[in-house]
Write a protein that binds this ligand. Structure first.
Ligand SMILES: [Zn+2]
Length: 323
């Protein structure tokens, strides 16, 4: 798919400078460098300035909040002009209780203003703001969020249970007891544009916003190819047999650690039998029907969230630009 990397979080060619992660002296020099930029995160939310361009602000290396960080900074990489980018987590900060009610919810419209940061720079839920970011900002934010959420839930060695240490600029944890090395995980998820003639298969999970339908998706299991995962998930969730499967595009989805792998699949039958333990409903929607959904003219069906790979794939299917 020629436009594959135009998906939100599709990447910006950030130089991740992996060779500098393993050189503690070079890394310390970069961290103190006068041009270094630090992006701040708080409890999975990213510091943004929703009313400005660019949307992703940064603070300088000597900003007082850097020294209050919960963990060491993470080295994200270097820009084309050699500007080093780091991320800092200040999750220990406790804002006003009134700001906290929706933090962690499916939709979190709240914004937290830290008193030590300029007015208008606030912590936002990344999914709410993802389409406002340029590709570089999106890559920095997605990488930082994925890494910090991995560190938060992987503080102890999976081999011996001892507390492990963040090393290599945040790209590894090592265990001081057994010497085990642990690397940030990315979980592959297939998400599939299943078509039959002029129609696409959509489903909805329990708990989704009213009327929202999207492409079917599921985690790839150990020992399974992408093609097999597509066929298994569609068979399990909707009872629809799938023939030929092909790859379309991928999207890092750091909520918390997925890589969405967009595939096309040809259904061999239109008959649907849902598994209610997996999904609430599944339907076939024609191209003309889907155009109405995207235009907001269908009161029963709402499209997948803008910025998601499901939205991207359906939009390209409608425009006949999947090639
Ligand atoms: Zn260990």
């Amino acid at each position: 798919m020629k436009h594959a990397e135009q998906v939100t979080f599709g990447g910006s060619g950030l130089n991740r400078s992996a060779h500098q992660r393993t050189d503690p002296t070079a890394l310390a020099d970069l961290a103190r460098h006068v041009s270094a930029r630090y992006h701040l995160l708080w409890r999975g939310k990213v510091l943004m300035q929703p009313e400005a361009v660019p949307v992703l602000p940064h603070v300088e290396p000597d900003h007082p909040l850097i020294s209050k960080a919960t963990t060491p900074p993470i080295f994200l990489g270097t820009a084309e002009d050699d500007t080093p980018h780091f991320a800092c987590d200040i999750s220990d900060w406790a804002p006003d209780v009134a700001d906290m009610e929706t933090v962690g919810a499916f939709h979190d419209p709240s914004q937290q203003q830290h008193p030590d940061l300029p007015e208008g720079q606030v912590f936002c839920e990344l999914r709410r703001m993802m389409t406002a970011l340029n590709p570089r900002e999106a890559e920095l934010a997605a990488t930082a969020r994925a890494l910090f959420s991995w560190h938060e839930t992987h503080q102890f060695c999976a081999r011996c249970g001892a507390e492990s240490e963040m090393v290599q600029g945040g790209w590894q944890r090592t265990c001081p007891e057994c010497g085990g090395h642990h690397f940030p995980r990315t979980d592959p998820v297939v998400i599939m544009l299943i078509t039959h003639g002029d129609s696409v298969l959509l489903g909805r999970s329990p708990g989704w916003p009213n009327g929202m339908y999207s492409l079917l998706a599921g985690f790839v299991e150990p020992g399974e190819t992408l093609e097999a995962a597509v066929r298994r998930e569609v068979a399990e969730e909707a009872g629809v047999p799938v023939g030929q499967v092909s790859y379309l595009a991928s999207q890092p989805w750091p909520f918390p650690a997925s890589l969405m792998i967009g595939c096309a699949g040809e259904a061999l039958s239109r008959e649907i039998t849902i598994d209610p333990s997996e999904i609430e409903d599944a339907i076939w929607v024609s191209k003309s029907g889907m155009l109405q959904v995207f235009a907001g003219e269908n009161p029963e069906i709402k499209p997948a969230r803008s910025g998601s790979i499901a939205h991207f794939l359906i939009r390209n299917w409608l425009a006949d630009t999947l090639d």
